[in-house]
Design a binder for this molecule. Structure first.
Ligand SMILES: Nc1ncnc2c1ncn2[C@@H]1O[C@H](COP(=O)(O)OP(=O)(O)O)[C@@H](O)[C@H]1O
Ligand SMILES: [Mg+2]
Length: 249
């Protein structure tokens, strides 16, 4: 579904050279809920932007559904990007638009006819549990509800792949649980492959079948979550698990 190989991203600026990502190879299979976990600054959002074709890597490759995306023209990348649902950190909702209009927005861009657009938005709002709030404005919603709108909007073009950047980091534990339940449900019922970026170990433990631990712009380890958590080999993983450092055996 997604494969990256030797993915490296270097940002050059006046203040110097920042290696945001170094030699990152991950493998996400169809049907996975894949967790990318790491501390702030580890390179998680950079990795999501490269997978989402929002930026080009300095070196290395990304394959999505077997397609080497570096072989695509900009126009083709744009088409391909529509097959991805991306939920950015902080919801990014249009505050002057209603909940339904927010969900309709990507369909408007792809010139879907009005009635069809409206029906699709209403259907998706039901899926995310907001069937009765279509006329509300984002300011009238709780954080968890805003996240549900952002997820519904990402689902509007019917993507096979959903990428989420820190979807629960601004939410309390109860709301986090309900959002994770929704994601699990989308994965099971609609067969959507999901990539979740997070700094919370509880998120990957709860819903991710596989996990990659990012540390200082590199993959520290990756594998089935149950195995990684039961037998953490990287110091970064032990730190995230609250086990402290010092073990190098
Ligand atoms: N556009 C950019 N220009 C320069 N440096 C950047 C840019 N984006 C990210 N970085 C740097 O790359 C590193 C990784 O950032 P990021 O991917 O946002 O990490 P995370 O999402 O794990 O917190 C950080 O040191 C950050 O400052
Ligand atoms: Mg980030």
């Amino acid at each position: 579904m997604i494969r990256t190989e030797g993915l490296t991203k270097v940002y050059e600026s006046k203040s110097g050279r920042q290696e945001a990502l170094q030699d990152v190879s991950i493998h996400v299979d169809k049907g996975d809920i894949f967790g990318i976990i790491g501390m702030s600054g580890a390179g998680k959002s950079t990795l999501l932007r490269l997978i989402g074709m929002l930026e080009q890597p300095t070196s290395g490759k990304v394959w999505i559904q077997g397609q080497d995306v570096s072989m695509l023209t900009q126009g083709q990348q744009k088409e391909q990007r529509k097959k991805l649902g991306i939920v950015f950190q902080g919801y990014n909702l249009l505050m002057q638009k209603t909940v339904r209009e927010n969900v309709e927005f990507p369909l408007r861009l792809s010139k879907t006819p009005r009635t069809q657009r409206r029906e699709r938005a209403q259907e998706l709002l039901k899926v995310v549990g907001l069937g009765d709030r279509e006329g509300a404005y984002p300011a009238q919603l709780s954080g968890g509800q805003k996240q549900r709108v952002a997820i519904a909007r990402a689902l509007a073009p019917n993507p096979e792949l959903l990428l989420l950047d820190e979807p629960t980091s601004a939410l309390d534990s109860f709301t986090t649980a309900s959002i994770l339940e929704l994601l699990q449900d989308l994965n099971k019922r609609m067969g959507i492959t999901i990539v979740i970026i997070t700094h919370e170990i509880g998120v990957v433990e709860r819903v991710c079948n596989k996990t990659a631990v990012l540390d200082l712009s590199r993959v520290a380890e990756q594998g089935y979550t149950s195995e990684v958590m039961a037998n953490p080999r990287a110091e970064a993983t032990r730190r995230l698990l609250g086990l402290g450092g010092g073990f190098h055996g």
